[in-house]
Structures are given as C-alpha cells and as structure tokens.
Design a protein around this ligand. Sequence first.
Ligand code: B12
Length: 214
Amino acid sequence: MIPESVYLHYLNSLLDGDKRECTQIVINLIDSGIQIKEIYTQLFQRSMYRVGQLWENEKCSISNEHVATRITESLIEYVGTHYSNCSCCGKKAIITCVDKEFHELGARMVAGYLGAHGWNVLFVGSNIPQKEIIGLIKEKKPDVIGISNNFYVNVVRLLKLIEQINAEYSEAEIIIGGQALANGKADELIHQKNVKYICSLDSLEEYLTAYNKD
Ligand code: B12
C-alpha cells in the first residue's frame, strides 16, 4: 500500500511538471519493495484520474495535463523495465489501442504488467489503423490480443476490430479494457466467447492466474 502522503507528494510534483521528483519518489517506492501493480494503479492511474478531474474543472491546463501524461508515460516504461521478467513464459501478446484512440497509458500499463509476468509483449500503442493491427496479428500470431478503448466514440471501431480479428485470426483470445467499456457497457455489447473485458490490473492478475491453470 502506498502511503497517502507519498501519493500526494507525487501528485503535486506531477502537477508541477517535476519529473525529477516524480522519478525519485518512484525509485524510493521500488527500493522499499512496492510491487509494479501498486505503483501503476495507486500512483500512476490514481494521479492521472485526478489530473482528469482537475482538467475537467479547468483547474489544470491542457499543457499541464500533457506534461503530466508525458511524465507518467516515461515512468510506466521505467517501472515496467525494472520489473521486466527476462525468463520468458513462452506466451506472446499484442497490446494496442483501437483506431482513433489517443489514450494509451492504460494499454502501456497492461503491456508492462504482462512483461513483468514473463510475456513477450508487442506494444503498438494508440491511433493505429485497423488494417495495420490485423496485419501485425497475422504476422506475429499472438496468444492474446489486448485492446484499449477509453473514448466512448470509438466503441463502434472496437466492435468492428473484434469482428475482423475473429474473421481473420480466430486462434487468439482477446482482452479488452478502458473506461469506454465501464459501467456494464462491455457486458451489453460484447458477446463473443473469446473476448473478455478486464477493467483493472487486479482483474488482469486474476485472468493470468486462470490462464496459467488452463
Ligand atoms: C491523459 C488524457 C488524455 C490525453 C491522452 C494522452 C495519452 N498519451 O494517453 C489526451 C490529451 C490525448 C486526451 C484526449 C482526449 N480525451 Co482524455 N483523458 C485523459 C485522462 C486525464 C487520463 C487518461 C489516463 O491515462 N488514465 C490512466 C490510465 C492508466 O487509466 P485507464 O486508461 O483507465 O487504464 C486502466 C483500466 O481502464 C484498464 N485498461 C485500460 N486499457 C486497457 C486495455 C486492456 C487490454 C486491459 C486488459 C485493461 C485496460 O487497465 C488500466 C490500469 O488499471 C482521462 C481522465 C481519466 N479519468 O482517465 C481523460 C479522458 C479519458 N479523456 C476523455 C476525453 C473526452 C478526451 C477527448 C475527447 C477530449 C477532447 N475534447 O479532445 C480526447 C479524445 C481523444 C481520442 N480520440 O482518444 C474522457 C473520456 C470519456 C469517455 N469515456 O469517452 C476522460 C475520461 C476525461 C473525462 N472525464 O471526460 N485525453
């Protein structure tokens, strides 16, 4: 558990755009044995959700939000590399965002978390044309495909992408996540057997435990 005082210190440093201080806080947490999931969710996700609220209420400018995003992006990579498990478990995942989706921090975290569990991860990121994703899937033949969708307008693109993946490469399991699918939306819209909605890193941990048992 990350202490509230550490979270608040991190949040203030993030809002100040102080990357050096944010990095030092993260290094201290790693040194004190805090694990990747806690740092990703209790520090990075929580602070970015807070940045979002401040931005909505016009208490944080667009440029401050962009700086916070950039700092978070690089620290997700830093922590992911630190915890990266070099003994590969033999499984491969492609983690991407749906076309026209610019939010990619959640997908980055999923990629980092899988990397820490020995998965070979190809992180594609945001705003990639659907045909490119399909091409990569057919080339790399992953065991699992992860798709992130935060902006509700892109849900239709997500449904089309799932349909096309299943038409062209039905061997993979598809995991989907992101805020556009929260509050029951995923259950309402997704009915394919090989598609699972995963709302958090806790759920991803459960998914991996079940996956390893099969
Ligand atoms: C940073 C940010 C941006 C940045 C993104 C930069 C980047 N490189 O990622 C920029 C400035 C580009 C942006 C743009 C926009 N944004 Co914005 N943004 C945010 C903000 C503040 C933080 C997002 C974030 O990184 N969160 C932290 C991550 C870690 O959380 P997460 O994505 O939820 O991921 C977790 C889970 O959802 C899950 N998960 C996510 N993906 C996946 C994938 C898989 C496979 C799995 C298993 C799990 C999983 O696991 C993650 C870890 O727990 C949010 C506020 C918020 N509440 O999040 C708004 C927010 C997401 N944005 C929003 C909006 C509306 C927009 C814009 C339309 C604004 C505008 N008017 O232009 C555009 C849309 C652009 C587009 N086409 O996508 C809304 C979305 C509402 C909705 N559901 O549709 C939010 C919620 C703000 C709000 N409350 O209104 N945004």
